[in-house]
Design a protein around this ligand. Structure first.
Ligand code: TYD
Ligand code: MG
Length: 454
């Protein structure tokens, strides 16, 4: 085969050169030049439903998305996919090495095979014997699951054409390479070219495709980030080291809502779905100690109750330390400043540690009130009533702002035996028939008073 011509393109200004440069000659940006195949890929013909380049009337396009969805048999995965797997979709599953991506996808292959799919599992990292060993451990034993250890995307596409599987799993995109480019597997150019070719293949053949992508610690280099705009759906598989819980989070979804999460637990026989995460995250809560508060978070459409813990102590060294696990460090700094300035809590000179129990990561602002209350409780050394919970966003003036889904948060709390909730006043005013006692607070001061930690 004749080698396709490649060019080197600066990702920041778009200028082209025939060879690789460490620094773009046009705009002077370092490390921005990436190899690309000349005459770049297009998905147009297949995306146009076979109509070539001709425009089609909106109303003439047949509606097909609904019936093309298929339940995977893993409920937590269906939830993050937006209600099931769509034929021809390309889903990227990103995550740290060792978090359980291969495990999840092998279990998925099994479930899909049980509902009649032929699944091709391509690995560029492991031999088919290693995969077989893992499969035995997971109890996966199915004739409709095919394995292929291969790194050439051209040969993978040939295999897909030959076997015509309904689902293709490519593990991982960083180990695959396209012959069109000279750069090594895992480089930005390769990763993008491989994903682009598999995308064209998926749209053309209707094969639901999963791409595994390793995230490096800074999350940027040749990792899933460069693919996010190419693929249809981006899921991140997260979890804290040392915790068995794994969170599958939707970052982008062309077929459903984002912000959805699925919860799994890593066990000896693979990943198990966690249908009621609140019970799990509250199972080991500390009773009656200061610095602990239950927060109703709503990651996605499902409320999850979690325990937030804070410890405020005199600094061991001169400069006060702040450590945040499961919440953003910047957010903690901001809330400590609000507590200091608006409530007069002298925490700025103290060491402050905040932890979300169970290894969950809280991203929504409704966690603010929980963080502030946990810190105040530890500072005053007064415990929060164990059957009271909180949620609400805090503004810089110390005001408590309304958050979405107050209703479902309260219902989840009532179902788990909570009797009282301190929440934003604006939310409280709009609730007609709350399932437990509610206390609307206008600012942090009021909330802390209501909880007895002022
Ligand atoms: P793996 O799926 O190989 O991770 P990734 O593909 O994201 O790199 O999972 C690796 C970890 O999961 C490994 O540390 C062992 C653990 N594990 C279990 O605890 N139980 C199991 O049944 C399996 C298969 C793996
Ligand atoms: Mg793996």
């Amino acid at each position: 085969m004749r080698k396709a011509r490649t060019i080197f393109v600066c990702q920041s200004c778009g200028s082209q050169s025939p060879k690789w440069l460490g620094r773009c000659a046009e705009c002077g940006t370092w490390n921005s030049v990436v190899e690309e195949a000349a005459g770049s890929l297009t998905v147009d013909a297949s995306l146009n439903g076979g109509a070539g380049a001709a425009p089609v009337r909106l109303t003439d396009v047949p509606v097909q998305s609904v019936e093309a969805r298929c339940a995977t048999g893993i409920g937590e995965l269906d939830r993050v996919l937006g209600g099931g797997l769509v034929a021809g979709s390309v889903t990227l599953i990103g995550g740290d090495p060792g978090i359980g991506k291969s495990t999840l996808l092998l279990q998925l292959a099994d479930r899909l095979a049980r509902v009649g799919h032929t699944v091709l599992y391509v690995s560029g990292e492991e031999s088919i014997h290693q995969i077989r060993l893992r499969a035995d451990r997971l109890g996966v034993r199915n004739d409709a699951v095919w394995l292929l250890a291969e790194t050439s995307v051209d040969r993978i596409i040939e295999a897909v054409k030959h076997h015509a599987p309904q689902t293709l799993i490519a593990d991982s995109v960083q180990t695959l390479r396209s012959d069109a480019l000279e750069s090594s597997a895992g480089s930005v150019g390769q990763v993008r070219d491989v994903a682009g070719r598999l995308m064209v293949m998926a749209k053309h053949t209707g094969t639901a495709t999963f791409l595994v992508g390793h995230v490096t610690k800074d999350g940027a280099i040749a990792g899933p980030r460069v693919l996010e705009h190419i693929v249809d759906t981006v899921l991140y598989f997260e979890g804290e080291k040392g915790h068995p819980y794994r969170i599958l989070r939707t970052v982008k979804n062309r077929f459903g809502s984002t912000q959805e999460v699925g919860v799994f637990e890593m066990k000896g026989y693979g990943l198990a779905e966690v249908a009621n995460p609140s019970e799990l995250f509250l199972a080991e809560r500390s009773h009656g100690s200061s610095g602990s508060v239950i927060l109703a978070s709503a990651e996605g459409t499902r409320p999850i109750l979690v325990e937030l813990q804070a410890l405020v102590t005199y600094p061991a060294l001169g400069t006060p330390r702040r450590t945040a696990n499961g919440i953003e460090a910047g957010r903690l700094g901001l809330l400590l400043a609000v507590l200091e300035k608006r409530v007069g809590l002298g925490v700025s000179a103290q060491d402050v540690f905040v932890n979300v129990a169970g290894g969950l990561c809280l991203e929504e602002p409704a966690a603010d009130l929980g963080i502030a209350v946990a810190v105040a409780s530890s500072w005053t050394d007064r415990p929060i009533d164990p059957r009271t919970l909180v949620f609400g966003e805090i503004g810089l003036a110390g005001e408590i702002r309304a958050v979405p889904q107050a209703d479902s948060r309260l219902r989840e709390a009532a179902a788990l035996g909570f009797t009282r909730c301190v929440l934003p006043k604006r939310n409280a005013e709009r609730l007609t028939d709350p399932p437990l006692e509610i206390v609307g607070a206008e600012d942090v001061h009021e909330a802390l008073e209501a909880l007895g930690v002022r």
